[in-house]
Design a protein around this ligand. Sequence first.
Ligand code: XMP
Length: 512
Amino acid sequence: MRKNEAVLVLDFGGQYSQLIARRVRDQNVYCEIRSFRTPAEQIASGNYKGIIFSGGPETVYDKNAPKCDPKIFELGVPVLGICYGAQLMAFELGGKVQNAEIREYGKTEVDFQADSRLFRGVADRSVCWMSHTVYISQAPAGFRVTASSGTCPTAAMENAERGLYATQFHPEVEHTEDGRKILENFLYGICGCSGDWKMESFVTTTVESLKKTIGGKKVICALSGGVDSSVAAVLVHRAVGGNLTCIFVDHGLLRKGEGDEVERIFRHQFDIHLIRVNARERFLSKLAGVTEPERKRKIIGEEFIRVFEEEAKKIGQVDFLCQGTIYPDVVESGTGDAATIKSHHNVGGLPKDIGFTGLVEPLRYLFKDEVRKVGTQLGIPENLVWRQPFPGPGLAIRVMGEVTAEKLEILKDADAIFRDEVKKAGLGRKINQYFAVLTGIKSVGVMGDGRTYDNTVALRGVTTSDFMTADWARIPYDVLAKVSDRIVNEVCNVNRVVYDITSKPPATIEWE
Ligand code: XMP
């Protein structure tokens, strides 16, 4: 049962639905995302303090346009419609929506003409982020227009008596100067939230509820060294102590020194019962001769499960499996009919039928930034809490073609140098993901007086907020020069270093 007050984001398929939810949570209000199809009765039973309609790619008068249950407007719960959500509110309540000649896109000056609770403390003219072709040409009866722009007569409207508010612009986007203030006004001034969503209290209440759920039973957790499974394990450990066993399958495909670091933190710092399975040889022999990327991924995913199962069996009766599932996984698996570009696997992907009666997912409702805050609260070291994402199949998908022990060593050394220099240059948190790739290309070089014919290492660095799209990071030349010098000098069998300057799309972040 949810203990916190909550706001609902009704998702109409807009690209910013998760962003809206994060912005709400930033203001200490818990927020959930549900489909636009959710019936009004279900929403009513959720006891939400407010509802926010997201944007969406459709046009309200299209045949297949997503529509919500109209009874939502009668629940007496304040609603804020954003972009498509604003147009839908206008359309459903008898206003008019029509196509504009030109799309209004980007930073736009908006005039806030009326004394509205939604815009309290907002400047009379303020820059807002717009992205629409359709606009509200006539607000429904009972509504008043509260803001407009040069090309958009109804940039905002409201019927304060009914608690219905709408903005054509996106308050959740950073480019909207007063966006934070507007959301704050909605949450606190209009919905009457008290702001009880804080990570300190999340830790206390979650530990209490884990104690109740798990009781004196045994829990097992697959640790990968990643942020999510680490934070989940430490939380569960706080609740049940020695009844938690963590299994760390070291497939030998982790970065340099990472396996030992996981062991040090969990076994020695947190005193968690940890089983480290050194399965490097086993994975390497399965991967011998395999060059096809998807095949490599499948082999590693399957082998991982097999090793985990074998270890779990050795422990005897275990009742619960703890997983580091986080909220974006939950939301995305709710919609997920996108094409498979790569078969991702991670330790959250263990099959549900491996003999446990229950599943504990203490981070199921948290976004990544919240998971990091919880990790810090729990005293997990900074470098683990801020660890960049690392794929489940590890370095195997950064060694092009067949994976061998020798190639892994070259890659680990080159990658460690790259990470070291990025960190020294103070860029560690500015570049969202950066790593080395062993390209499988050999080229001619000259070292001393001799000809060499050796490996080419590629460096990849990207900036991104969601990892769905990414730009290549503009790492300063001096830093790249230092990395390149060090790699060719310190790593055997590398005579050339290149930098990947492709964005995603069309490339993906990983090379395989
Ligand atoms: P791509 O290469 O698809 O990667 O652009 C997007 C993000 O996902 C990570 N990635 C994975 N993560 N299991 C994971 O947990 C996987 O199999 C996997 N493959 C890619 C990648 O590192 C990047 O952050």
